[in-house]
Structure formats: structure tokens, C-alpha cells
Design a protein around this ligand. Sequence first.
Ligand SMILES: Cc1ncc(COP(=O)(O)O)c(C=O)c1O
Length: 392
Amino acid sequence: MAMSQRAVRAKSSIDRVTAFFSSIQAAAHDPDALDFTFGNPHEFALPGLTDAMRAQLEPRSVDWYAYKSNERPAQEAVADGLRREIGLDFEPDDIAMTQGAFGAIALALALVADAGDEIVIPAPGWFCYEPMLLAANLVPVTAALDATDFSLDIDAIARAITPRTRVVIVNSPSNPTGRVFPKAAWDELAVALESASRAHGRRIWLLSDEPYRRIRFDGIGFASPVGSYPWTMIDYSYGKVLLAPGQRLGYLALSPLMPASDRDELRAAFMPIQLAIGWGFPNALMQHSAPALETVSIDIAELTRKRDRMYDELSRAGYALTRPEGTFYLWGEAPSGDAQTYCDALAAQGVHLMPGTIFDRPAHFRVSLTATMDMIDRALPALVAAAHTPER
Ligand SMILES: Cc1ncc(COP(=O)(O)O)c(C=O)c1O
């Protein structure tokens, strides 16, 4: 067989997602199809994004498009932004510029985890953690979120930890549930991680996956675990807030609370390990554009209106939904309890949702609110009608 064992394992973990992705490609190109599956844009890119890139396109020096590693202006802009948002003293050297959150997660794992280490991930959670871990020869271990409201279940995380655990990954605002976790949860998690690290004589790292950090509703605050547990790294992506996931830009940030010996070691390791994992830096144009992009965002007020329209109408129709506090996803229970059948029936009417099978939750479905309001209006009659299936 040509493939490595780790490639075989990673591929089989993500096969159902890539198959689903292929199956909705036809729909994605059909102007009448209503696609609520992946968090892709359904409108033209933000002018703030194209303006920022256009302003940086013309070279200003011979090295404008030379190899770029962690460019200082980009690191400074990110550190400034994090200081403002999180209130800790991030320095430019704490920042590794990456190709989105994907690149930052890969970097974090390469920095601190060895082959065979166990990595705790949330369930339900983003479907790419597992294949990424498997491709890196790491062992995914799931820790369930609370079964009713999908809040962080610290006991479940503590139970998932073994002497082989090296990293715990958390995600707030959460994909697919839209939940945002409070500081009290992080403080409690920090106690659990500190105690487990001591018990096993091995430091457990926390990776806070925060690509939706700036996408929150109703003025809900944001707390990062980086303020509660010193051995935290944040991964971030601009792909969500700019709704341009094809322009790869993100970063990994070290907690300023980290002991100096660890912080210095990781700072010094950024550049060589980014190189070692395959030149894990954003391309030159995105790094030049990063300072201007710090303040560009999708229209959160409009996203809130879309959330409200979808959530209110579907709730009224009888759906059991988790009200999103952040992200651009809405998570609900399939009326029949069988999300695949429910989603297939809607797909036959041209309305495409993501079945919870993708998240190992076969009774749930996810709606991406990156769809336009017009698409929502057009999909609602079919969604409302599907609330009352014969099985109910
Ligand atoms: C929870 C979570 N983490 C990380 C990512 C990766 O983000 P990006 O593709 O912008 O790197 C995503 C993208 O869907 C996500 O939902």
C-alpha cells in the first residue's frame, strides 16, 4: 500500500466529511440551491479585505515577495490587538504568524506533542481535530461537552486525562454549538489541569482554539483560558471574521503568564519549527495586509439579525435549538431524531444543512448562518414544514 498508516487513519477519520463536501459541490454551484453547510461566503468579499490587499499588492522593495517568516509589523499588530482584547501583556515575540487556525494548531502540536501523546478534544467539536492529530501520529481522546446545554464539562475533561495526555484543546465560541464559555469555567479547568499535570509529573498544555473570538452576539463578553492557565497557547484565524477562509492568515500566541523558561524556549522554536512543518507561514501579501486587517470584520449586526430570524422562526415551529452566543452556526435537534434522513429530505427540496453525523451526533444538525437573509427567507418554509415529520 502506498499510504502511510497515519495517512490511512487520518483519511478514514475525515472521509465522511470530504464525501459530504463533494456531494454538496453541485448544490454550491446551483444558483437556486440553498446551501447552509460549510461556513463559506455567499456574498462578495468585504471591501476592507480587498482594499487592504490591494494597498499591499505593488512591491515597495525588492524583498516584498521574498521568503517571509514572522514579519514584525504583523506580529506587532496581533500583539496590540490581543492586549486590547484579552488584557494581558502579549509581546510581538509571543506571536507566530500562520496559515489560519489550521496552521496554528499544527504548529502548536509540533511544538509540544510527541508521537503517541494523547490530545483531548471536545465532543461535539470541529471535525478536523481528529484527522490532524492522526496525521501527526497523535492520539485523539474525546471529552464530551455537557449533554444538554453543551457547556464545558470539566469533570469529563479530567476523566479523559491520562499519564499520556499532553494537550487539551478547547474551543470558544464553539463550533458547532455556538456556545461561549465563561471565565469561571476556565478557572475551574486550570485547577484540573494543574492538578493532573502534578499527579502525572508531566505538563499538560492547553490549546485555546479561538477563530470565532470576534463573532459574538448580544454583547456577550469573551474570556480566554489564556488568563487562567499559564501553559496556554491561543490559535486564531482571520478567515472567519473576514469571511474569507481561502485567504490563509492566522497566528499562534503564547500566554504572557507562561513561565519565562518555557516562553523563551517556545519563542525561539517558532521559526525553526514553522520551517520544519513545511514553511508554516502566511504568504507575503497576507502578512503585509495583516495590520490593516486587524480591524476589519463582517457585519455582526446583520449576522445577529440572521441568527434571530432563523432561531426565532425555527423555535416557533417546534425545533429544539441551542441559541448561538457566538460563531455563525446554529445547532439543533432533528425533529425525527435522525438527522441524516431529515437532512436528505430537505436536500431533495434544495435546502442543504449539515447532518450531525459529521460531528458524531446523528440526532443533530448544523445550519451555517453565512447564508444570506434572502436564502434564509427562501429556506424557512421548507424548514418549518420539516419540523413536523410523520415520525413525530
Ligand atoms: C473550531 C475551528 N477551529 C479551526 C478552524 C480552522 O480555521 P481556518 O480554516 O480559518 O484555519 C475552523 C474552521 O472551520 C474551526 O471551525
